[in-house]
Design a protein. Structure first.
Lengths: 342, 556
């Protein structure tokens, strides 16, 4: 017993060696006998099916009517409710219209159309003869061009064909300007006031209580004629006030904060989402896109998630009127890394 | 045969006259004769490809409607429509026109919903269709090229979805673009330039929506259409595959003739798909852009999700740690001209998993053919259990994908199950590596077990649940023997054995051949042979031997 699992290769082509003796194999019994449906034998059942199909088509007609009731019957005022109501009428109407037709036809096909499965031979995809002829034709064509005998033509042709697509690439050059230094600068500059996003009212240092957080834009942003979004996409800042002893500024950054008030770029150093969530108790900033977590007490070092670099800090101070202002631009590019960033 | 038309043939019926008119001018009769009764096998799992086709048609219809009203301009405007909460808000024309489609155009919201829901279903149908093709081995010769076309369609469908998702220029779509911009910038050497060329300068600029619009309504749909045409053309050339069963083999095709049954069922099914989408669009709101507001680089709401088909890439971005213990995944590389930055924490997860998935997907038919040396044409599908290793590979890849996909919702998982977000991420990181391996092992065991059960049933029949007491006191359950047709379904498959390396003409087993032999072992080592008539015969005589026999059937 058990020799069925010991294979013997049956052909040297050995596509798949039959795992068992070829003779000891169940023979294909052929298609099972056709079984008649009720509707094939009983005229009453057939009549019933006919009626069912017709009813389904009638449901479709009703659906189309429902659509028109919704389209002309529902008056839109300025509320979402009427809009929703109309949308429901239109959708349900179309749904019935379509489902009626669809189920009707399918039911018709299943119950009443002939359901004999038939077998058809597959044709040979390819004939040996055709293939030989095709190869011959290709050879002849290549031969008649003489390209093999005339390397000069061949080589210059290769050169020409290799170069010809270059204009098709070069012509896209004006899709945009070169990066230049654009990614290294933002609207922030010495004396630029920190103002509230989005209305642009400047923020007094005294307004910033411990534990509070502000979404900040440069005061001059709203005065821009155009390119506002481009500038905003780089310049947005989060402003928070901690106990000064919770901040641990590194050398050279001791005076970047004012009275425990710190400003950090809001553009995630991962791929650029706004780091919008501030957890007051832990002093963590969380990026909602891929959950990079930055620790405010460690100069926004990454403590979890896919980002690598800390959020850039904006050095701030106050002006004569007590408003928060930037000491300078960021000292490094904000947002995601790029090849030339260095 | 085309007859000499003008003279001999006199049509008698109206149908005949029309057919004759057309045939005399363009000669369609030959085609109708070829296709009118062409046989198509039927099975529920063949439905997914149809759903994909129909949802694409619905996308074309609803999308064309939207183009009549949508304006892809990024010029600034102040909203002046009927949605009160946004009155006077500064926004792009694209966003405002999407709002107008929703609020001002009767049926516009419905069309947007139909378009979006069919987009989700389209990509889903393409994906599930590919899984069906994979697990049943339908990609084998002669259909390898069509498998590749299918893979291209999968990529194109995701591109269509993504470009469309970005068009309304709402907060979420803009955030999606921002992520794309960040990923593009991480490409070494050319990344920054590509970003600037794509956005016409710095992100977000004022041109990206117009450019995506062109791709979304022209380039990508045209490519999809072309690929679908090639795809269906090849289906017709190859004829459809069929599931194994009595009367079905590699030389025939068993099913319903195109006209009328198959055409009616397929045509009817289009309306059903349309109806279901209309129903869903009527009852479930998708992408309520008025809740999100216009794109603004500053706010973002937590818990928002990309469309499902983008999830796995987003999830990969989430899974990647920026710091591997104390080693940063962003590297500053010193060159003679200065220092350049390679952001592997972004580039790696964006490229590597997708690279693995698509490379494996495109190459798999050739890999399997090389390993199995099976160069025959196959028109009968495999039941997944009968090719345990392939099925296990498929499940393993599927799990790989699903882990990334789940990772895109790590925050939702964390809040829903009230566990720490970081823990969810750690677990998913582990699963990313372990999941596919476990999936492989478990699937293979399950497939082998199912095969053994098939053997059991083929040889001993089905359990009936009726217990009888034999004369000598033993209790036994009555088994109902299968009829020949049912049995053939269980035994009509091949179970090749692993191959030794085959020496080449110089009598040497090359390194490559050795590798192939090893892989062949990997593929075929564990096998359950189909039951044979002699076993059935033997079983009728000595029931007792059978019990131990089964254990031998699986060899290691
Ligand atoms: C081929 C597959 C396609 C997919 C997967 C797809 C997907 C999408 C998605 C997800 C949206 C966002 C919908 C929303 O507003 O919620 C969209 C918008 C849009 N699509 Fe398509 N689409 C496809 C084809 C087309 C075609 C062929 C056209 C036009 C001929 C078209 C025209 C539009 C337009 C005008 C919009 C913007 C309208 C709006 O958002 O209000 N789409 N598409
Ligand atoms: S963009 Fe912030 S974590 Fe990815």
């Amino acid at each position: 017993m058990g020799n069925h699992s010991d294979g013997t290769p049956t052909s040297s082509d050995a596509v798949a060696k039959a795992g068992h003796d070829e003779v000891d194999k169940f023979q294909d019994p052929g298609l099972p006998p056709h079984r008649l449906r009720l509707a094939d034998t009983d005229p009453k059942a057939a009549k019933r099916a006919e009626h069912q199909v017709a009813w389904l088509f009638i449901i479709s007609i009703v659906g189309t009517l429902i659509f028109f009731v919704g389209y002309f019957g529902v008056r839109l005022d300025d509320t979402l409710d009427t809009l929703r109501l109309q949308n429901t009428f239109l959708g349900i109407g179309v749904a019935f219209a379509m489902l009626g037709i669809g189920t009707g036809i399918v039911h018709w096909a299943r119950a009443l159309m002939p359901d004999h499965e038939v077998a058809e031979e597959r044709h040979e995809l390819r004939s040996e003869e055709d293939r030989l002829a095709a190869i011959q034709i290709i050879d002849d064509i290549v031969d008649e061009t003489g390209i093999k005998r005339r390397p000069l033509i061949r080589n210059t042709l290769i050169g020409a064909v290799a170069l010809a697509p270059l204009p098709a690439i070069a012509i896209f050059r004006d899709l945009g300007p070169l990066p230049g230094n654009a990614l290294r600068h933002t609207l922030w500059k010495e004396g630029e006031r920190l103002s509230r996003d989005p209305d642009g009212t400047p923020i007094r240092a005294a307004d910033v209580t411990i534990g509070s957080a502000f979404h900040v834009i440069p005061e001059s942003l709203n005065k821009l004629e155009h390119g506002k979004l481009n500038e905003k996409a780089k310049a947005v800042v989060l402003l928070m006030r901690l106990n000064p002893e919770d901040l641990n500024p590194s050398e050279g950054r001791e005076d970047w904060a004012y009275n425990g008030i710190v400003a950090y770029s809001k553009i995630c150093t991962h791929v650029g989402c706004p780091v919008a969530l501030y957890e007051q108790q832990t002093h963590h900033l969380l990026c909602p896109c891929h959950q990079s977590t930055f620790d405010l007490t460690q100069e926004c070092k990454v403590i979890f998630g896919p980002a690598v670099r800390p959020l850039p800090q904006l050095p701030i101070t106050v002006d004569a009127e007590g408003y928060l202002v930037a000491q300078s631009d960021f000292h490094e590019p904000v947002g995601p890394s790029f090849w030339e960033r260095g | 045969m085309s007859t000499a038309p003008q003279t001999t043939f006199e049509p008698k019926t109206a149908t005949g006259r029309i057919t004759n008119f057309v045939d005399e001018r363009v000669g369609g009769s030959g085609m109708l004769r070829e296709f009118g009764r062409k046989v198509f096998p039927d099975h529920w799992s063949f439905m997914f490809g149809e759903v994909a086709l129909y949802t694409f048609v619905i996308l074309l219809l609803s999308g064309t409607f939207l183009t009549f009203f949508f304006d892809p301009s990024m010029a600034e405007t102040h909203y002046n429509g009927s949605y009160v909460p946004l009155k006077g808000v500064e926004m792009s024309v694209a966003y405002s026109s999407s709002l107008d489609i929703s609020f001002e155009i009767r049926g516009g919201l419905f069309m947007r919903q139909v378009h979006h829901w069919s987009a989700l279903l389209f990509v889903a149908a393409v994906s599930v269709h590919m899984l069906r093709v994979f697990f049943t081995g339908a990609f084998r010769k002669p259909r390898e090229l069509n498998w590749v076309v299918g893979g291209v369609l999968l990529i194109l469908s995701m591109a269509a979805g993504f470009t469309g998702y970005s068009l309304p220029d709402d907060l979420l779509s803009g955030n999606g673009l921002r992520i794309i911009d960040g990923v593009v910038k991480s490409i070494p050497i050319v990344g920054t330039y590509i970003s600037f060329f794509l956005f016409g300068g710095e992100f977000p600029g004022t041109v990206i929506i117009g450019r995506l619009y062109m791709m979304h309504i022209m380039l990508v749909p045209a490519l999809i259409l072309l690929m679908i045409a090639i795809h269906l053309f090849m289906v017709v050339i190859h004829k459809h595959t069929q599931y194994p069963g009595p009367g079905r083999n590699d030389r025939n095709v068993v099913g319903y003739p195109l006209g009328p049954v198959y055409a009616a069922k397929a045509g009817g099914f289009f309306f059903i798909v349309f109806g279901i989408i209309a129903f869903v669009a009527a009852t479930f709101t998708i992408n309520p852009i008025w809740n999100y507001g216009p794109y603004d680089p500053s706010p973002v709401s937590a818990g928002t999700q990309p469309d499902w088909y983008i999830g796995w890439v987003d999830g990969a971005l989430r899974l990647m740690p920026g710091w591997f213990f104390n080693i940063p995944m962003e590297w500053h590389i010193r060159f003679p001209w200065g220092v350049n930055t390679l952001s592997f924490n972004v580039l790696g997860p964006a490229l590597i998993p997708a690279g693995i998935v698509f490379t494996a997907l495109f190459l798999y038919p050739w890999i399997e053919r090389w390993v199995t040396r099976d160069n025959r044409e196959h028109h009968v599908l495999d039941r997944p259990r009968n090719v345990p290793t392939r099925t296990a590979i498929g499940v393993s890849g599927f799990i790989f994908y699903c882990v990334m996909w789940a990772a895109a919702s790590s925050d939702l998982i964390a809040t829903h199950f009230q566990v720490s977000l970081n823990d969810v991420t750690y677990w998913l990181r582990a699963l990313f590596f372990i999941g596919p391996v476990l999936g492989f092992i478990v699937t293979k065991r399950v497939a082998l077990a199912l095969q053994r059960k098939d053997r059991e049933i083929a040889l001993h029949g089905r359990e009936t649940g009726r217990i009888v007491r034999l004369p000598h006191g033993e209790f036994q359950e009555i088994h109902a023997q299968l009829d020949d047709y049912k049995r053939y379904k269980l035994v009509g498959y091949e179970s090749p054995v692993a191959e030794e390396g085959i020496p080449n003409e110089n009598g040497i087993v090359t390194k490559k051949e050795n590798l192939r032999a090893k892989l062949s072992g990997f593929f075929f080592e564990d096998r359950v042979a189909p039951a044979t008539p002699s076993e059935l015969e033997a079983g009728h005589h000595h029931e007792a031997i059978e019990a131990s026999d089964d254990d031998k059937a699986i060899k290691h």
